[in-house]
Each structure stands twice: as structure tokens, then as C-alpha cells.
Write a protein that binds this ligand. Structure first.
Ligand SMILES: Cc1ncc(COP(=O)(O)O)c(C=O)c1O
Ligand SMILES: N[C@@H](CCOP(=O)(O)O)C(=O)O
Length: 465
């Protein structure tokens, strides 16, 4: 198994190199050259496996034999031992044929932990084997940053720099990034929005001199290993609802398109998924694109689901690559359009292929609040605002016959203000985060300026050559 860039101008890489690379050198995203396949019988044989065993079974084909089986098994078991729920990602029924897949039982209370805990261990293993160090940069609208800092804090082979939008993350999210005392952790509050932070990260990768000087690596979902690890919970939930003998649909709170792309990958691997439904908040670029065929950025609105306040949805590029029959030239044309004019129009055949798999809808701030309240009253279940956006959208797409799984991407206590306003309940942080809201914060405020961010990183990384 090797990995190819969606833009076709970077060398194909093996698994470990693709993971360390993050973004391909041509600005594209790595995808496996082909999708591993599981037959119905092979999927049936996965029933009843504990989550780590399922992860080992589903993910091993992606490794291309580069990591010895006992090592990979140890890394997977260690990663999921950090979760506070025995099932790792439990499925909870909230309606007749509707379920929430709870992905927030990891150390930082969001779905990012599922992939990040494994990614940190994979990177550490490869760097140790090679005797190398890396400088990790990441952009966050709130959750990736905390998860990455938790997973990489104290790891001697990496220095991690997380860029978050100044004043635009929840207080819990901010403190998960700014209260680490680990010497290798650097939280940067950037004067801009998430798209500015993500733009800076991509620009650092595309500045090859800088990239090579600091041995740059990335932990956003541009990194293939993030998507890969997220495929597993589509399998675990579908299996508990009868897969492969019964199809399942998923509704996914969506921003950077990584989580839902993992669902698409699971389907390509043989999991019977009926529909994949993209749920957005007021930042509805993906819902607009699916209905009009035109991907057109406009300003970012601040909402009660800040982690989805995104316009440039990185992983949509991976879907475009697939929809275009893996034609890298088409992807390059679309991405040039995006860079030059903030827009591109998807060709009719490609749009048809996307619509054959995906639906989309959006939830306004008011609809999110109403959904939090209504779900509490009807099912005695307290949603976070991101999951609530998806519950709202799922209701419009549920068919009744096919189970609908909504991805529960964050714990409500990460967004107490929005949850309390909607429900009257002040959600309590779990005991292991006692002290988070009173600990000393440490972060640096920087303008959204590539040169200044690069200087900051260069001066502090231990990986510079
Ligand atoms: C809580 C939460 N829900 C949903 C999303 C959107 O996920 P994705 O960016 O993978 O589409 C994010 C951010 O990524 C998030 O933090
Ligand atoms: N919503 C994310 C944005 C970054 O997404 P990623 O999955 O590409 O890391 C966040 O919370 O930071």
C-alpha cells in the first residue's frame, strides 16, 4: 500500500512517510492508492470484537506492512486505554431508529481524541525508529488543538505549535490548549479566524525551505492517519446495528470534512452505508455546494458550534479527487480557482457522483438551541451544539427503515454557555478535568502573518537543522 497526492505532483509515499509528511509537497492530500476491501463475510466476522481489536483488524491493511504487527497492536491498545468508556465509542439510542455515536470519552472530550491518541503514538514510534525529530504545526477551531496537545505533550521527539483563532474558541477549549506545562507545547492565539490559521499552516507546508529546515509535520485531518483512525467507529457502530446484513446511514457535524470522509472511506471498503449526511451550522458552504454545484466561500459567522465555523473545508479535496475518477488535474484546477477567486464549479458528472452518496443540510443557531431543548425533553439526553446541529439535519433525512447514526462529536461541557442557554442545564466537566478552569494559562498572541509565525516556530523548535 502506498499513498498518492490528490494533486498528482508529489512522490507517492509509504505509510510512515505519508504520516510524517502531513500535507503532500504539491499542496495536495495523501490518499491510499487503492481502498482495502472487506467482504461481507469478513465484516460479519468482526462482530463482537472489542474496539481496539476492531481497530487493528480494520487499519492493518493501510500500514503496507511497515509497522510490525505486535508494535501496532501495542500502540492501538495504549491509545484506546486513554478513553474513559469501556466501549471507547459507545452507541446510545435516542429515538425509534436513531442513535448517537458518542465519540467524546477521550481525554479532551471530543472525537479528535480517537485519531490523535493513535497518531501521536504512530509518529513517536516512527521518529524513534529513525532517530529523528519533528516540528508539528496544527490549526484548530477549538477541538483539534486540545486533543493534539494532550496526545503530544511531553513527547521528546516533537515540538508542537497549535494556532487557534483569538477569542473565537470556548473557554474550556482554550484552556485545554493553554494550561499544559509541557516544554514541547506552544499555544499560539492568532488574530484571525480558523481559515486564517489553516491557511498559515498550509503556507508553512508549501514553504519548502522552512518545511525542510524544521522537519515539519501536521496533525490536522490533512494527515491521512487522522482519517484512517476515524474509519473504525463507522465499522463499530454499523456492526452493532446489524452490518453487513443491514445498511446504516450517518449524519455528521461537518467542518473540515475529515470525519465524514472517513465514513466515505468505510463505505468504499465494503461497509454497507446507505447515506452520508453532511450537517453544517450557519457556515453552510458544503450544504450550498451540494445543492448548487458551486463551492463559493463567503465570510465566516461566529456560531454556538465554533468548531464548525469553517469555510475552507480541506478534506473536500479528497472527495473531489474520488468524484473526478482520481483525476489530479481536475483537482488542481478546482484548487487554483479557490485560491484565485474563492470559488469553483463542480462538473455535472462529478456532482452527480457526490450526490449519489451524500446529502446535506444546515442548522441555524436557533435550530441548534431548539434541538438541544427538544432532545432533552424527549430523550433525556443532553447534546453539545455540534451534535445538535447534526440531530436537527438528521431529522429531515431519517427514512425510518434504515437506522440513522448521528456522530456525537463533543461533550456538552465543552460548550457550557450555549448548552445552558438552550436547556437550562449547566453541564459539568468530568472529574479528571478538575482544576482546568483555574490553572495558569500560557500562550502567545500573534498576527495572522506567515513570516512572524514561521520566525516564532523556527526559534523555538528543537528539530531545526
Ligand atoms: C465538535 C466538532 N464537531 C464537528 C467538527 C467537524 O468535523 P470535521 O472537521 O472533521 O468535518 C469539529 C471540528 O473538526 C468539531 O470539533
Ligand atoms: N474543527 C476542527 C478544525 C480542524 O479540523 P481537523 O479535523 O482538520 O483537525 C477543530 O476543532 O480544530
Amino acid at each position: 500500500m502506498d499513498y498518492v497526492s490528490t494533486r498528482g505532483d508529489a512522490p507517492a509515499l509509504g505509510f510512515s512517510d505519508a504520516v510524517l509528511a502531513g500535507l503532500a509537497r504539491d499542496g495536495g492530500l495523501y490518499v491510499p492508492r487503492e481502498w482495502p476491501q472487506f467482504s461481507a463475510a469478513e465484516i460479519r466476522a468482526m462482530r463482537g470484537l472489542a474496539y481496539p481489536d476492531l481497530a487493528i483488524r480494520v487499519l492493518t491493511p493501510f500500514l503496507g506492512g511497515e509497522i510490525a504487527a505486535p508494535v501496532f497492536e501495542r500502540l492501538v491498545r495504549e491509545a484506546y486505554a486513554t478513553f474513559r468508556h469501556e466501549a471507547v465509542c459507545p452507541l446510545v439510542q435516542t429515538g425509534k431508529n436513531t442513535f448517537i455515536l458518542e465519540l467524546f470519552h477521550g481525554p479532551t472530550l471530543a472525537f479528535k481524541d480517537v485519531a490523535m491518541q493513535l497518531l501521536a503514538r504512530l509518529m513517536d514510534h516512527t521518529l524513534a525508529e529513525r532517530g529523528q525529530r519533528a516540528t508539528i504545526v496544527g490549526a484548530t477551531s477549538g477541538d483539534t488543538g486540545g486533543a493534539a496537545i494532550d496526545a503530544f505533550a511531553g513527547r521528546d521527539r516533537t515540538d508542537i505549535f497549535i494556532l487557534f483563532p483569538h477569542g473565537k474558541v470556548s473557554p474550556v477549549q482554550q484552556r485545554q490548549m493553554t494550561t499544559s506545562s509541557a516544554a514541547n507545547v506552544h499555544a499560539l492565539s492568532v488574530e484571525g479566524n480558523f481559515d486564517d490559521c489553516q491557511g498559515l499552516v498550509k503556507d508553512m507546508f508549501n514553504d519548502h525551505a522552512f518545511r525542510d529546515k524544521v522537519s515539519l509535520s501536521g496533525v490536522n485531518s490533512i494527515n491521512w492517519a487522522r482519517i484512517m483512525a476515524q474509519i473504525v467507529y463507522y465499522f463499530s457502530s454499523a456492526l452493532s446495528l446489524g452490518a453487513p446484513d443491514r445498511p446504516v446511514s450517518f449524519t455528521v457535524p461537518t467542518g473540515n470534512f475529515g470525519d465524514i470522509f472517513a465514513g466515505y472511506a468505510a463505505k468504499r471498503m465494503g461497509l454497507p452505508i446507505e447515506r452520508l449526511i453532511i450537517a453544517t451550522n450557519d457556515n453552510d458552504i458544503l450544504a450550498r455546494t451540494l445543492s448548487s454545484g458551486e463551492y463559493r466561500t463567503k465570510g465566516v459567522f461566529a456560531t454556538t458550534s465554533p468548531s464548525m465555523d469553517i469555510q475552507v473545508s480541506s478534506n473536500f479535496e479528497r472527495l473531489l479527487f474520488e468524484a473526478a475518477g482520481r483525476n489530479a488535474e481536475t483537482v488542481r484546477r478546482y484548487m487554483n480557482g479557490l485560491k484565485q477567486s474563492g470559488a469553483f464549479t463542480i462538473e455535472a458528472g462529478e456532482l452527480k457522483r457526490i450526490r449519489a452518496e451524500f446529502d446535506a443540510g444546515r442548522a441555524t443557531v436557533d435550530e441548534v438551541a431548539l434541538t438541544i431543548r427538544a432532545t432533552l425533553e424527549a430523550s433525556n439526553y443532553l447534546l453539545d451544539p455540534h451534535t445538535a446541529a447534526a440531530v436537527h439535519v438528521a431529522a429531515a433525512h431519517a427514512s425510518g427503515a434504515v437506522p440513522m447514526v448521528v456522530l456525537g462529536t463533543a461533550h456538552p461541557a465543552k460548550f457550557p454557555a450555549a448548552v445552558e442557554t438552550a436547556s437550562g442545564i449547566d453541564p459539568v466537566l468530568p472529574a479528571w478535568l478538575d482544576g482546568l478552569m483555574t490553572a495558569d494559562e500560557k500562550y502567545t498572541i500573534l498576527p495572522s502573518d506567515l513570516k512572524m509565525v514561521e520566525d516564532y516556530v523556527s526559534r523555538r523548535t528543537r528539530a531545526a537543522r
